[in-house]
Design a protein around this ligand. Structure first.
Ligand code: RB5
Length: 149
């Protein structure tokens, strides 16, 4: 799978570990930065290129890592066609895709360790949207928010 990944200073260390592992698993990774640890950089600057990569069809899924995961998810959900959420457990990572068609997983680099983060990421990447009528109906209503508000 093609995966876009981005982080600010709060997620830099974890992103380095995650990229290596994604490549070992056979995924193609688009690294949207930060490309070095910049202690006062801003998560929206890395959120936008990850979202664009999905919007433009280069990547199917994205991963964003900031300190808590919150800033990145708030920013990502402002962008058309993005369905982002913080998941620090595998149940949410699976259900977020199967039911809600989540396309960006947000993680808090100051919240989870690398082992848990990798398990959550694996679950997120293996999950597929169920396409069930009730879930599609709910997503259509969410799309209306995007279009009308
Ligand atoms: C940066 O210190 C921190 O606020 C940021 O990484 C993120 O956690 C925001 O939600």
């Amino acid at each position: 799978m093609n995966i876009a990944i981005g982080c600010d200073h709060g997620g830099f260390q974890l992103k380095t570990i995650v990229i290596k592992e994604l490549q070992k698993w056979g995924h193609k990774v688009e690294d949207c930065g930060a490309h070095s640890l910049v202690p006062d950089d801003d998560y929206p600057d890395y959120t936008l290129p990850v979202a664009k990569s999905i919007q433009e069809g280069r990547c199917e899924r994205g991963i964003l890592i900031c300190g808590s995961g919150i800033g990145a998810s708030v920013a990502a959900n402002k962008l058309h066609g993005i369905r982002a959420a913080i998941c620090h457990d595998t149940f949410s990572a699976r259900q977020g895709v199967e039911d809600d068609n989540m396309n960006i997983l947000c993680l808090g680099g100051r919240v989870v360790g690398a082992s848990l983060a990798l398990e959550v990421i694996k679950t997120f990447l293996e999950a597929r949207f169920s396409g069930l009528e009730r879930h599609q109906r709910r997503l259509d209503k969410v799309e209306e928010f995007d279009a009308n508000n």
